[in-house]
Design a protein around this ligand. Structure first.
Ligand SMILES: *Cc1c(COP(=O)(O)O)cnc(C)c1O
Length: 312
């Protein structure tokens, strides 16, 4: 499989640290982002199989659902999306899902899993062959996408004679984090991988990352000391505010500063929340003199929702 590769560039200094950014948002399909990187692995399986439809789930603002429906459309496959009504919003991602003819079923949040089962069953009963993708691209394939991303970071370090002491990014379902931590452990590296939670609180948020790591290692028959796995899994829940999508003035400032001074779009749900959280974490822990990598995980259409909602 041909993989996506994204650039890393210097951003500037913060608290006497050297900050670089890895631009997953520039993956060249459907506005990129970590969901695009993961989706490639799922569609690689789909392309090798005999599937005629795809079923997944996510909110109306989901980057994952946009990309899955775009990739399905590109291949002429039917795409079914189950969306919880509580998180249903009119967003640019939503408009694109409609443009790609995704068949969206909006149900209450506690009916999501039943509706998925029913949808899969009725497709199979009508002689179709659906491929199911977990929300957010969760699961071992999604984890693998970020083990490979970790290897890309290693390559960059080797070519440029730099070692990142810290890697920060927005952590949601935790697959991105699980993949990066697995990559670090496989390479026996000694750096800190810090997931800034955008919604989940501990211990649950971190436990989900841990279970993804164990699941991946067990599938690959990799043995790692569990205390080392525990110690390597840093899931920071200090900056979630009132949960998923909740934002504050500091996050707005980060969005406006990033686009004005660096020309980089960020969104309030994921990347700006995480970037702002990273800055606060750096200050709180007196981190200085380090090389720091922030992974921009995408979500560019949500940047435009931000502008629209602010009436700019
Ligand atoms: C989904 C998403 C995340 C979180 O990734 P996980 O692998 O679910 O933790 C971060 N940033 C953006 C822009 C996303 O769409």
């Amino acid at each position: 499989m041909k993989k996506y590769k994204t650039c890393i560039h210097r951003l500037g200094d913060y608290n006497s640290n050297f900050i670089c950014m890895k631009r997953e948002d520039l993956i060249p399909f459907s506005f990129g982002g970590n969901k695009a990187r993961k989706a490639k692995y799922f569609f690689d399986e789909i392309d090798r199989g005999n599937f005629d439809s795809v079923v997944t789930y996510g909110s109306g603002s989901s980057n994952h659902c946009r990309i899955i429906s775009n990739m399905a459309k590109q291949r002429g496959l039917e795409c079914y999306i189950i969306s919880p009504k509580e998180a249903f919003e009119e967003t640019f991602n939503q408009s694109m899902m409609n443009l790609f003819d995704a068949k969206i079923q909006v149900v209450s949040v506690n009916e999501v899993s039943d509706t998925i089962e029913k949808t899969l069953e009725s497709l199979k009963n009508s002689g179709k062959k659906p491929y199911f993708i977990q929300g957010g691209g969760h699961g071992n394939l999604g984890t693998r996408a970020y083990v490979d991303c970790y290897e890309e970071i290693k390559e960059y370090e080797k070519e440029n004679g730099i070692t990142f002491d810290y890697i920060f990014f927005a952590s949601g379902t935790g697959t991105t984090q699980a993949g990066l931590v697995c990559g670090k452990l496989i390479n026996n590296d000694n750096r800190k991988i810090v997931g800034i939670s955008i919604a989940r609180k501990n211990p649950r948020g971190r436990d989900i990352v841990l279970s993804s790591i164990y699941e991946y290692f067990s599938e690959k028959n990799i043995e790692k000391d569990s205390s080392l796995i525990e110690e390597s899994t840093i899931f920071v829940d200090d900056y979630v505010g009132n949960g998923y999508g909740n934002m504050n003035d500091d996050i707005s400032k980060t969005i406006e500063n990033m686009i004005s001074n660096y020309g980089i779009p960020m969104d309030s749900t994921y990347t700006a929340k995480a970037y702002n959280g990273m800055e606060k974490y750096i200050e709180k822990n007196n981190i200085s003199g380090k090389n720091i990598l922030f992974i921009h995980t995408g979500g560019t259409p949500l940047f435009f929702d931000y502008l629209k909602n602010k009436n700019i």
